[in-house]
Design a protein around this ligand. Structure first.
Ligand SMILES: NC(=O)C1=CN([C@@H]2O[C@H](COP(=O)(O)OP(=O)(O)OC[C@H]3O[C@@H](n4cnc5c(N)ncnc54)[C@H](O)[C@@H]3O)[C@@H](O)[C@H]2O)C=CC1
Ligand SMILES: O=C(O)[C@@H]1CCC=N1
Length: 280
């Protein structure tokens, strides 16, 4: 008998687009126990296609319709700029097969995808991030009203193989998800670049600055994830009165660090909406 919390087994999944994010998600899926012959990938670039077949033993196709025809779940993993064209090609297959469509494209709305596929399609719009490659990602998901409970579970299982998941009821917040976690790894990498460079500017050898930077980010992230202690409290515990950290934090605050972050996240959110409008 199936235990009540057993994960639903995944049906055949077609990835439309076999680039960076698709690779991360496919790697996670296979590690989580999906079998390679359940995974189809459409990718026009021959080298990428060959690498996917070699590395993961999945079925590869040069065109979207061939990959999608025999799959119950489609993962749209192309750039937002080509999604309309891809959906238009897939519309007849979508209308015939009524797949669950999972889109990871930034900005593009579930309504746009449903419309481009001919209407009445179950669409889960999600925003994963690149740590999915290590199973350490986080994905925001939103389901349109056509998605049933079983399809929701399938999307959940699919993205759980990439890390944690957060469902968002209000689709208009998906661009904010993109601004925080979809693009977020790049902010951490930017901080790493800046911290390492600052260490070197203060005289540290490059390899020492790199190790100190990486282990600090890793250790601090682990502390954040370890329990519910708020980030502000963890920061307070590092900050001795009139000590070194206080000097650094006062410098950050004087330079408007929080506003800098808020403006960056806002810019990402706005770009999401622009991508939707520009590619409609
Ligand atoms: N890179 C990231 O951190 C994240 C990206 N995303 C979203 O994931 C999507 C893919 O992004 P990446 O993997 O970074 O881009 P990518 O450029 O690495 O992958 C897209 C792939 O689609 C292929 N492609 C183009 N036209 C196609 C067609 N007609 N049929 C099938 N495949 C086609 C391209 O050859 C390319 O390999 C984008 O919509 C992006 O917004 C979402 C979350 C994070
Ligand atoms: O930069 C982008 O548009 C994509 C979406 C989130 C991360 N990369």
């Amino acid at each position: 008998m199936k235990s009540p919390d057993a994960k639903p087994s995944l049906p055949t999944i077609a990835f439309i687009g076999g680039g960076n994010m698709a690779r991360s998600l496919i790697g996670g899926l296979l590690q989580a126990g999906a079998t390679a012959n359940q995974v189809h990938v459409a990718e026009p670039v021959a080298e990428l296609r060959d690498a996917l077949a070699r590395d993961f033993n999945v079925h590869v196709f040069s065109d979207a319709a061939s990959a999608a025809t025999h799959a119950e779940v489609w993962v749209l993993a192309v750039k937002p700029q080509v999604l309309r064209e891809v959906c238009t090609v897939l519309a007849p297959v979508a209308q015939a097969n009524q797949p669950l469509v999972v889109s990871i494209a930034a900005g593009i709305t579930g309504a746009q995808i449903g419309r481009w596929l001919g209407g009445g399609i179950a669409v889960v719009r999600c925003m994963p991030n690149t740590p999915a490659l290590l199973g350490a990602g986080v994905t925001g998901l939103h389901a349109n009203s056509t998605v049933n409970a079983e399809q929701r579970d399938i999307a959940q299982t699919l993205l759980t193989s990439a890390g944690k998941t957060v469902w968002v009821d209000d689709e208009s917040l998906m661009d904010a998800v993109t601004g925080v976690s979809g693009s977020g790894p790049a902010y951490v990498f930017l901080l790493a670049e800046a911290l390492q460079a600052a260490g070197e500017a203060e005289g540290l050898p490059a390899d020492a600055a790199r190790t100190l930077t990486i282990e600090t980010l890793l250790g601090a992230s682990r502390m954040l994830a370890a329990d519910d202690t708020p980030a502000a409290e963890l920061r307070r515990r590092v900050t001795s009165p009139n000590g070194t950290t206080q000097a650094a934090i006062e410098s950050f605050e004087a330079d408007g660090f929080r506003e800098v972050v808020a403006r960056a996240v806002h810019a990402a959110r706005i770009r999401g909406a622009e991508l939707a409008a520009a590619n409609d």
